[in-house]
Design a protein around this ligand. Structure first.
Ligand SMILES: [Fe+2]
Ligand SMILES: [Fe+2]
Length: 322
């Protein structure tokens, strides 16, 4: 007997979650902002690279008010490959836009939180943090939260990012000591807002009470000094080699220094080689979306930056074991 509307879908999709036996091979996308052209290009690139998992490093959204809008972003995107996350697990680090709008206040209805069983009861509210072993690499997911202070009148008291960032310190401390994380030769962390900045004109996100200071180019965090002060000592003690961030919409590599053992890679934004539109359109070849690919080859972590406008590898970096 057939009950109309309940036919079994003949397509079967399957994937295996990561683990110490999995090949160490990940990809990162970020700042997709519901822009279908760059998102489609990123998903096509990922399909050819075939990683074990993808990290979606925030600003998936803009301001989403309905579950329908979220469904369109995460479950039925308007791109060629509708099977985009069907056979590759996706990990999520939220961006500042991912908590904006009525529906995004409860994004877990569409993109579920991680299972509470995987962390101590103290950390049950930290549903977005992850510490996952994948072959020789340990992947750490952190949430930098909003890009304005809780006291900024624009937010009308809606957010409590300060306490949330602090709560992640004890979680991170414990996660780094888990045997499968501590024993991984490579430690790579992910979060949306950068944790290092050399441009003194870029707002560090701690300008009370309303993020305004004429010495800075923007009235919001271009990087997150508070998160850097909270989390980086722990990551440095653990020998973290690389932190992959996003948010600035321009690809950049910050090499490690004497004082900072980790490199930072900032993924590109959704702009396809130009900014503005109509009369304001300007060529901006430095603006291109990226897929950041990391894989362990002959015992070394090789990270390649795929430029989605040129279709070429923009940069390659090699990291050694911690
Ligand atoms: Fe963004
Ligand atoms: Fe952002």
């Amino acid at each position: 007997m057939k009950i109309l509307g309940n036919e079994e879908d003949p397509r079967i999709y399957r994937f295996t979650t990561a683990g110490s036996e999995a090949p160490a091979h990940f990809c990162v996308i970020n700042d997709t902002h519901v822009k279908w052209e760059p998102f489609g290009l990123a998903i096509n690139k990922i399909a050819t690279l075939a990683p074990q998992c993808v990290i979606w490093n925030g600003d998936t959204s803009n301001v989403e008010e309905t579950i329908e809008a979220q469904t369109r972003i995460f479950l039925k995107p308007e791109i060629e490959r509708a099977d985009y996350a069907a056979e590759t697990p996706y990990l999520f680090c939220p961006g500042n836009h991912d908590s904006r709008g009525m529906a995004n206040r409860h994004l877990e209805k569409v993109w579920m939180y991680r299972q509470p069983e995987e962390r101590a009861s103290r950390d049950w509210d930290l549903g977005r943090n992850f510490a996952v072993r994948m072959g020789e690499v340990a992947l750490i997911g952190l949430d930098t939260a909003e890009d304005k202070l809780d006291t900024n009148p624009l937010f009308a008291g809606l957010f409590n990012s300060a306490a949330y960032r602090e709560a992640q310190v004890t979680w991170l401390n414990d996660a780094l000591q888990r045997p499968e994380i501590a024993s991984a030769p490579y430690l790579v962390a992910f979060c949306h807002i950068p944790l290092f900045e050399s441009n003194p004109r870029y707002n560090p996100g701690d300008v009370a009470p309303a993020d305004k200071d004429p010495q800075y180019t923007h009235d919001f965090a271009m990087w997150q000094r508070t998160c850097a002060q909270l989390w980086c000592p722990l990551l440095e003690k653990a020998g973290c080699q690389l932190i992959i961030t996003a948010h600035q919409h321009q690809y950049r590599y910050d090499a490690p220094t004497q004082e900072r053992c980790w490199a930072q890679i900032i993924g590109g934004g959704p702009e396809m080689g130009f900014s503005g539109s109509g009369e304001n359109r300007r060529e901006r070849p430095e603006l291109f979306p990226t897929v950041i690919e990391g894989r362990v080859v002959n015992g070394k972590l090789l990270v390649q930056i795929h430029n989605l406008v040129s279709g070429k590898v923009q940069d390659s970096f090699e990291f050694t074991r911690r």
